[in-house]
Write a protein that binds this ligand. Sequence first.
Ligand code: SAM
Length: 276
Amino acid sequence: MAIMRLCPNSYLSVTHKITGLQNNLKLFHFTPRPPPLFSSIFTHSVADNDAVTSQVEVSSSNPSTKHNDPPFSGLDETMTGFLFGKKKATEVAHAVWKNVVRKGDLVVDATCGNGYDTLAMLRLIADDSRRGRVFAMDLQKDALESTSSLLDRSLTADERGLVELYAMCHTKMEDLVPKGAAVRLVAFNLGYLPGGDKKIKTESETTLLALEAAKRMLARGGLISILAYVGHSGGREEFEKVELFAAELAADNWVCSKLQMLNRPSAPVLVLISKK
Ligand SMILES: C[S@@+](CC[C@H](N)C(=O)[O-])C[C@H]1O[C@@H](n2cnc3c(N)ncnc32)[C@H](O)[C@@H]1O
């Protein structure tokens, strides 16, 4: 077990080894290099495993976080809330994103579902420059409609223009982002659409392909964030594959961790993969 020091009084235990739709919805159906139908303002050209034999304290002044100022802002409260059962893993994920994503960044929501993660991402990248983009995707029409509706209700027209929604499998995410563009965050919220058809869910095989794509696209200092649900059929197997994917990344270039409740075996697990 390794202990990551977050602030003078709180410690996060990190186990390193175990350690047609388009027109009325502003959606994009995926075709290779899809023409954005509603993005007239789109101008972008566009492991080594640690041996878990001792407790290691990792300073929050790690050089990999140097672009953040101040480092880990806002995370203390959320992490402490999580440790005492008052905050959800999703809230921790969003708080971590805040320390990685900057205004004007390109980010990817690989499973937009009902749009809550997409909205959280938009809040991080949107500013007057309108350079930032959220590329959000889902297999399901219902999910895209739900996301679109949430965004329309929550955002100004200018902000809404910074989100592109695609009906597609996340294995193809690289086709959305111009080659060489720096992607700061790729977020996965695995499983099925809450309130939707539970048979339509993420699957290990495609999730791993999408993770490989995310790994190729990610900028230095960027983050792949995966919330894995282990309580449904196939969920635990999928999580274990994600965990293995992260555990095998070279420690020279990647910092991989997970946040898991020990006495609630069905609670979702947050896996964070940070590129140095
Ligand atoms: C747990 S939900 C996502 C929740 C969402 N992020 C939110 O904030 O509401 C998982 C979503 O993944 C979608 N999904 C499943 N397999 C997918 C795939 N291969 N590519 C893209 N989306 C997929 C499902 O349709 C479902 O809507």
